[in-house]
Design a binder for this molecule. Structure first.
Ligand code: NAD
Length: 556
């Protein structure tokens, strides 16, 4: 859909080893940009995921970025502001190729109303976490996170097995689409409610979902049958979560695990209120935006009331990072925060060691490259149970989307070990070409979100956004190839700031230096952030790995 000179064509990431740019670092970032659009939910609007998360400000910006990357020298840096290329700076050969700041507004002004207004004027975009930073790799980007959450619940609450257990969730969009596959990987029967039938079809098409129905009775029959046989199944039910969840409560059906991954963070462009078609939502957005938001808020409140009812009946209920509790509370559900947030409930001990969603992309498009890296990991990280378990499962279950990619929850030192080994494999021609390393912004030192990532931190530092800013500056000083600072848009406005980083393994010695410095420092500051908040796991990591922390007298 890259309209240029009258031509309309679907954007797909380039494959193979032929370069369009002056070096692999520029080519890599260009392919990463194309790849987020190839994998995106609505390419025509440049929307990648999370309702409004965009890859570039508009098509003019997209083409200007492509032209610039194509002609950019090794010692130049492209500067991007909210998805629009601003200028080219003469820097030096070890500086980032691209730096970007997306959707940052100062405190008092960082409201959803101001965001929508600025977006309307074409001045700003919501970049999601990985959309505008060109790091999105399809639903795979969150699948290990979702899997780790379900498997932690499995061991914490269900004696190590989810056979015969029922997971209820909603939302089969860019990220939520990972849920059915993760549910099957943990051995459960998972029901996913999705209002937009085309999203259900898309998940079936990419191999993340098994069955589809428009009938709740049929969905429940499939779930019940799988539970009786203690088999896994994933079912996509076309319906509205704010209707289906209360209906299940009404029928006295209590799932074992309940969550939600609709775009509840955004009442204008994300959550679909009960009783409205997509068309009606679109027209109401233009004509009665306030009414649309209050209808969405009221529906969310209904859904969260049902989630609380499930919790009272003994289900394990959690917020999966879409601000649904915050919205529900604003629309009258006083006890919405009785529902746990997934980060604090299940993942914080990992983040305290800076173990988080690391990822790599085979830039030539050859899936064999990812399989060779899988083999390396299974052999050389054999004592790392989280990673080896995941890589074996991913190999079996997770289909590739766009450029072949893999996610793996690695920590400090481990990311560097893997990246340097991969760089050597590129150098020696074991792999067909370069590999880009990146991570989700939802990573130890990289994200402040007091209702998601940093809720109830031990020292109360939930809202301090110095950490992602330091993280981004450090990544620039550490010679990363792309560094991004994002803040929330839509309903996330004023709620979050995050930092993103990408580094290219092109087989050169310069890449060795970049990868080692940037990856060690990226996780190093993550460990220090959690140590600063008082987490024991971080002190242990500091001792074991020799991270240099400064103790200061007289300050906590
Ligand atoms: P998306 O916009 O691509 O998909 C959201 C889906 O929800 C859409 O398919 C939409 O049709 C559906 N939906 C909306 N209202 C509904 C309703 N009432 N009933 C049923 N379905 C409904 O968004 P996404 O990328 O999948 O992200 C979903 C949410 O998860 C966002 O809020 C995002 O910010 C959050 N998120 C969390 C994490 C995490 O780490 N936990 C990671 C990424 C995204």
């Amino acid at each position: 859909m890259g309209e240029k000179g009258g031509n309309v064509e679907l954007i797909k990431a380039a494959r193979g080893t032929e370069l369009r740019c002056k070096g692999w670092r520029q080519e890599a970032l260009l392919r990463m940009l194309e790849n987020v659009l190839e994998n995106g939910e609505n390419q025509k609007e440049l929307i990648v995921y999370a309702a409004l998360g965009k890859a570039a400000r508009n098509w003019g910006s997209y083409h200007a970025i492509v032209d610039t990357l194509t002609n950019l020298e090794d010692d130049e840096t492209l500067v991007i502001q909210s998805g629009k290329p601003i200028g080219i700076m003469k820097t030096h050969a070890l500086a980032p190729i691209v730096i970007m700041a997306n959707c940052n507004m100062v405190g008092k002004w960082a409201t959803s109303e101001n965001f929508y207004d600025l977006q309307e004027k074409g001045l700003i975009i919501w970049g999601g976490l990985t959309a505008a930073a060109w790091q999105y790799i399809g639903s795979q980007g969150v699948i290990q996170g979702t899997y780790e959450i379900f498997s932690t619940i499995r061991s914490q609450h269900f004696g190590g097995s989810l056979a015969g257990r029922f997971i209820l969730t909603a939302g089969l969009g860019g990220m939520g689409g990972a849920q059915p596959l993760a549910g099957v990987m943990v051995g459960a029967a998972i029901l996913c409610v999705e209002a937009d039938e085309s999203r259900v079809d898309k998940r079936i098409e990419v191999g993340y979902l098994q069955k589809k129905t428009r009938s709740l009775d049929e969905a429940l029959a499939w779930i019940r049958e799988a539970m009786e046989r203690k088999e896994s199944v994933s079912v996509g039910l076309v319906g509205n979560a704010a209707e289906i969840y209360p209906e299940l409560v009404e029928r006295g059906i209590t799932p074992d695990i309940v969550t939600d991954q609709t775009s509840a963070h955004d009442l204008m462009y994300g959550y679909i209120p009960v009783g409205l078609s997509q068309e009606e939502v679109r027209s109401m957005r233009g004509q009665h935006p306030e009414e649309l938001q209050s209808k969405a808020g009221a529906s969310i409140a209904r859904q969260v009331e049902a989630m609380l009812a499930f919790k009272r009946k003994g289900a394990i209920v959690f917020d999966n990072g879409n601000n649904i509790r915050t919205q529900a509370q604003q629309y009258g559900v006083k006890d919405a925060f009785d529902i746990d947030i997934f980060t604090e409930a299940f993942l914080r001990p990992l983040f305290a060691r800076a173990i988080g969603p690391f990822r790599w992309v085979a830039l030539t498009g050859d899936p064999e490259d990812i399989r060779k890296i899988d083999q390396y990991i299974l052999k050389h990280f054999a004592d790392n149970e989280i990673v080896t378990n995941w890589i074996s499962l991913a190999n079996k279950y997770v289909p590739f989307q766009g450029l072949p990619a893999r996610i793996g929850w690695f920590g400090h030192g481990e990311r560097t070990k893997l990246a340097l080994a991969v760089n050597q494999m590129v150098r020696e021609g074991v792999l067909s070409g370069p590999v880009a390393f990146s991570r989700d912004h939802l990573d130890a030192g990289a994200m402040t979100h007091p209702n998601i990532m940093t809720e109830r931190m031990k020292d109360g530092s939930d809202a301090i956004s110095d950490w992602p800013l330091l993280n981004a500056m450090l990544n620039c000083s550490s010679m990363a190839d792309l560094v991004a600072i994002h803040s929330g848009g839509g309903g996330y406005s004023g709620y979050m700031t995050s930092a993103g980083v990408t580094i290219v393994a092109d087989g050169t010695e310069m890449s060795d230096l970049r990868l080692k410095t940037a990856l060690d420092n990226d996780t190093g500051i993550g460990v220090l952030r959690y140590a600063d908040a008082g987490y024991e796991e971080s002190f242990d990591e500091i001792d074991k790995k020799g991270i240099r922390r400064i103790e200061t007298e007289g300050v906590k």
